[in-house]
Design a protein around this ligand. Structure first.
Ligand code: 4AD
Ligand code: MG
Length: 459
C-alpha cells in the first residue's frame, strides 16, 4: 500500500516491489513517462517512472485518468524535490482501462455534482479522506467501549415496536408472498403483514439494548437506524447509523460523563491516527477545525438546564426564525447559538419538558421535566440525545397511557422493571453527525456513502 511506502520508506527503498492502484495522471514523451498512481490508502500519489524499454510502452503512455494498473519495479530515491521516492517500472500490467466519459477528470467538482456519482466520489481526495476518517472513527468507538468492558449487543433492524413512540417508521411488508394477508377490498393488511404482525425498520436499538443492559451491566449497540421523517435538511437522513450505550446502576450524570469521555476519546484517536486527513480538512473545509477540536480535548463540556437555556435564548440579541418559549423544542438555530456563540464549546442541555421527549425518560420530581440530556456541538447542533430511563413501573405505564401507547405492546420492555430493574441510563450518538463534527463537512449527504434522503435513493 502506498501509505506504507510513505510511513516506512527506509524499509522499501532499494527493494523490488509490486503496487496496485489507479492512474491519476500520465505525462509521457517519446522515450519515457511519469504516472501519478493512487491506491486510496493515502493522499499522496506514488510517482511511477517508465521508459521505452517497457514491452507495452505505447499502451502505457496512452493510459488515461482512472485506469487500474499493477506496477512492478524498484523503489528509488527521487531526483526531483517534489516527492521523496519513485517507482522505476520494470513491468506495468493494465488491469482495467478507463472509458473516455469518466466523470472524474482532473479538475474541481462541486459536492452537489459528486452526490450524483456517489459510486465514484470516494476516488476523490475529499471523499477518500471522509470515508477513511469514518472507518477510523467506527473503530475508535468500538475500541473505547471494548476497553471499558462494554458488551457489543446487536439489536434487530426489523422490529415490532416503536422505540421513540413518535410514529416515524418505515413499514416492513411481505408483499409478493401469496399468503400476504389482505382485507375484504383486497388491499394488503399491514397490521398482520409480517407473518401475522405489523413490523417496521428500527428507529433506535434502545429498548432492546436496555434489556441486554440488565444482563451485562454495560452494553452498546452500533448499527443502522431509520426515520421516515420528511425533513430535507443538511443534518437529517432517513437512514443513519447510531451508537447507543446503556449502563445499569447509573444516573444522568454518569451518562453525561460517559458521553464526554467517549467524545474526547474518539476526537483524540482520529487526530492522532489520521493527521494528514485532519490537516486536509483544516486547510480545505474548515480553517478553524483543528483549533476547535484541540480546545475540546482541553476543556470541560458545558452544562445547562433546558429552562436556563430558554432564558439565555430569550435574552440573546439574536433574531431567531422559530419562537423561543418554554415547552417548545429547540430548533437547530437555537442549538447552534448555544454551542457556537454562548458556550463556544460542546454543551449538555438537561431536564427538558416531558411533552417534547420520549415516553421512557425518567420523570423529575417537579413532574414537569424529565431526566433527559442532549449534547450540542458547534457547527452541528444536537449530536447526542440521551436520558436516565424510567425504572418505576407505575410511572412508566402511566406515561405510556398518557401518550396513547399500549403497555401490552411493550410487555417485554416492562418486564425489565419487574425482574431486577435498576436505575439506568443511555444515549444515542448520531454517527454521521459525529463525522460532520470531526471533518467540518456541512452536509450529512457527504459523510454517508449512499445517502438516503427525500428524493435520494438512486443507488
Ligand atoms: O435523539 P434521538 O432521536 O434519540 C434516540 O433515538 C434515543 N433512543 C437514543 C438513546 O437514548 N439510546 O437520536 C439520537 C441521535 C441524535 O442526537 C442525532 O445525532 C441522531 O441520533 N439522529 C439523526 N441523524 C441523522 N438523521 C436523522 N434523521 C437523525 N435523527 C437522529
Ligand atoms: Mg433527539
Amino acid at each position: 500500500a502506498i501509505k506504507k511506502l510513505y510511513k516506512q520508506s527506509e524499509k522499501y527503498l532499494g527493494k523490488r516491489i509490486k503496487v496496485n492502484g489507479w492512474v491519476r495522471t500520465v505525462r509521457a514523451s517519446k522515450a519515457f513517462g511519469f504516472i501519478e498512481l493512487n491506491d486510496g490508502t493515502f493522499f499522496a500519489n506514488l510517482q511511477v517512472v517508465f521508459e521505452e524499454s517497457l514491452s507495452n510502452f505505447k499502451e502505457v503512455a496512452r493510459l488515461v485518468t482512472g485506469s487500474a494498473i499493477t506496477v512492478e519495479g524498484e523503489l528509488v530515491e527521487s531526483p526531483g524535490a517534489k516527492q521523496p521516492f519513485e517507482l522505476k517500472a520494470e513491468n506495468i500490467e493494465i488491469v482495467g482501462s478507463c472509458a473516455a466519459d469518466y466523470p472524474l477528470q482532473k479538475k474541481r467538482h462541486t459536492f452537489e455534482f459528486l452526490r450524483t456519482i456517489a459510486h465514484l466520489r470516494p476516488r476523490t481526495n475529499t471523499f477518500a479522506a471522509v470515508f477513511r476518517v469514518r472507518s477510523l472513527a467506527a473503530y475508535a468507538i468500538h475500541k473505547f467501549f471494548q476497553e471499558r468492558d462494554f458488551v457489543y449487543a446487536h439489536t434487530p433492524v426489523i422490529t415490532g415496536s416503536d422505540a421513540e413512540g413518535a410514529g416515524e417508521m418505515f413499514r416492513v411488508t411481505t408483499l409478493g408472498f401469496d399468503n400476504t394477508p389482505r382485507n375484504e377490498a383486497g388491499q394488503v393488511d399491514f397490521t398482520r403483514d409480517f407473518f401475522g404482525r405489523e413490523t417496521n425498520l428500527t428507529v433506535s436499538g434502545q429498548l432492546e439494548v436496555e434489556t441486554y443492559c440488565h444482563a451485562f451491566g454495560k452494553v452498546y449497540t452500533f448499527g443502522p437506524t431509520f426515520r421516515a421523517e420528511n425533513s430535507n435538511t443538511p443534518r437529517h437522513a432517513a437512514e443513519f447509523w447510531m451508537i447507543e450505550p446503556e449502563i445499569a446502576f447509573a444516573d444522568l450524570k454518569d451518562d453525561m460523563d460517559l458521553a464526554e469521555s467517549m467524545m474526547k476519546y474518539v476526537i483524540g484517536y482520529v487526530m492522532e491516527n489520521a493527521p494528514e486527513e485532519m490537516d486536509f480538512f483544516n486547510k480545505f473545509i474548515d480553517k478553524s477545525l483543528l483549533a476547535r477540536l484541540e480546545n475540546v480535548l482541553k476543556s470541560e463540556f458545558g452544562h445547562v438546564t433546558y429552562s436556563e437555556a430558554i432564558d439565555i435564548l430569550k435574552n440573546s440579541p439574536e433574531k431567531f426564525e422559530y419562537p423561543v418559549e418554554w415547552g417548545y423544542d429547540l430548533q437547530t438555530e437555537h442549538e447552534r447559538y448555544l454551542a457556537e456563540k454562548h458556550f463556544q464549546k460542546p454543551v449538555f442541555v438537561t431536564d427538558y419538558p416531558k411533552q417534547i421527549k420520549a415516553f421512557y425518560m425518567r420523570m423529575n420530581n417537579d413532574q414537569k421535566t424529565v431526566a433527559a440530556m442532549d449534547l450540542l456541538v458547534p457547527g452541528v447542533g444536537e449530536i447526542i440525545g440521551g436520558s436516565q430511563r424510567e425504572e418505576r413501573l407505575d410511572y412508566l405505564e402511566q406515561r405510556m397511557k398518557e401518550l396513547g401507547l399500549s403497555p401490552e405492546d411493550y410487555w417485554w420492555y416492562l418486564d425489565i422493571r419487574k425482574y431486577g430493574g435498576t436505575t439506568h441510563a443511555g444515549y444515542g450518538l448520531g454517527f454521521e453527525r459525529l463525522i460532520m463534527y470531526l471533518t467540518g463537512m456541512s452536509n450529512i449527504r457527504d459523510v454517508i456513502s449512499f445517502p438516503r434522503t427525500p428524493k435520494n435513493a438512486e443507488f
